[in-house]
Design a protein. Structure first.
Length: 323
């Protein structure tokens, strides 16, 4: 597995890193489905072991993935996997607890201490602000930042991260928060990371970047042949593209084109979708959700940079603006 230096952290992590959202299983936030269905603890544990064996050394989780379940499964792995071999990232912010607002300082501290216990660590390598919603007038921002900086001063956190579904929001707060690493939403169908100007800022300032949803929760692989419904508790039930027959048909055609173009690769569709995101990003990795050993094996074959010509061709395939 190719390694990259994650920006100013100066830490070497795998170009393809492990996203563990699915480890939390089905989950609800009020009336909204926010988890993943069909995941077993056994598969999660085997996934971690296999990831370590193939050199995927960067694992990403969050306090809200299964209300701590994902963190707990990771924390239970240290009897088989050396803790120092793994760069651990977790997040806080989406759990309001008993408070009306996000980022209540007391609740941040409570959840952070729980994350340490769940992960069975004394120090977390990378702690993210999970989103950029800091109140109508950013009234929550100062407390959130001072709290996480206090964790760093106490030696409980090494690096600060900033995440959001919107690259525009990350760009809005990046100068204030001064993160070591950002985690933006980025795939070949949604390229706001580039068009917003965030990529340029990241490159110019040597900030690490970890891209999430690189295959749009599996949608971009073209494996869905008809509109699909998901179980209660699975966040994919709220994504309209899974129900759009026109989009699904286009993605099926793209799948065939990628299989032909990269026919010499073991996993040609993933090879094109994932590696195109790494074309000219020396300080970036892709967070790929991996739910079982087979998916880890596929991930271990990825991480190479494609030619700019191939990247342009792939992006054109997934541009729906002119379709």
């Amino acid at each position: 597995m190719r390694k990259i230096v994650l920006g100013k952290t100066n830490c070497e992590v795998s170009a393809i890193s492990l996203g563990t959202w699915a480890f939390g299983g089905e989950s609800m936030s009020g009336k909204f489905s926010v988890g993943w269905s069909g995941q077993t603890k056994e598969n999660s544990e085997k996934t971690l072991k296999k990831a370590w064996e193939v050199g995927i050394n960067h694992w990403d989780t969050a306090d809200v993935y299964g209300d701590g379940k994902s963190e707990t499964i990771i924390g239970s792995s240290w009897s088989k996997i050396p803790r120092n071999d793994i760069f651990i990232a977790t997040k806080f912010g989406w759990d309001r607890g008993p408070y009306k607002e996000w980022y209540n300082p007391k609740h941040i501290k409570n959840n952070f201490e729980r994350s340490l216990r769940n992960l069975k660590v004394d120090c977390i390598d990378l702690l993210y602000l999970h989103h950029c919603s800091f109140g109508k007038n950013d009234e929550l921002l100062d407390d959130a930042m001072s709290t996480i900086r206090q964790f760093q001063a106490e030696g409980k956190v090494r690096f600060l991260g900033l995440s959001d579904w919107s690259s525009k929001k990350i760009l809005q707060y990046i100068k204030i928060c001064k993160p070591d690493v950002i985690q933006p939403y980025f795939n070949v169908m949604d390229d706001q990371y580039i068009t917003s100007g965030l990529k340029k800022y990241v490159d110019d300032n040597n900030i690490g970047a970890c891209f999430f949803s690189p295959i749009k929760h599996g949608l971009l692989t073209g494996k869905y042949s008809k509109p699909t419904s998901f179980e209660k508790g699975d966040h994919r039930s709220r994504i309209e593209e899974f129900k759009n027959l026109e989009i699904l048909e286009k993605l099926k055609k793209n799948k065939l084109l990628l299989e032909k173009h990269f026919s010499s690769e073991k996993h040609p569709v993933l090879f094109g979708l994932i590696n195109s995101l790494l074309c000219d990003s020396d300080n970036s990795c892709v967070l790929l959700g991996q739910r079982n050993e087979n998916q880890v094996e596929a991930a271990s074959s990825l991480g190479a940079k494609l030619s700019k010509e191939d990247v342009r061709w792939i992006k054109q395939l997934y541009s729906f603006k002119n379709n």
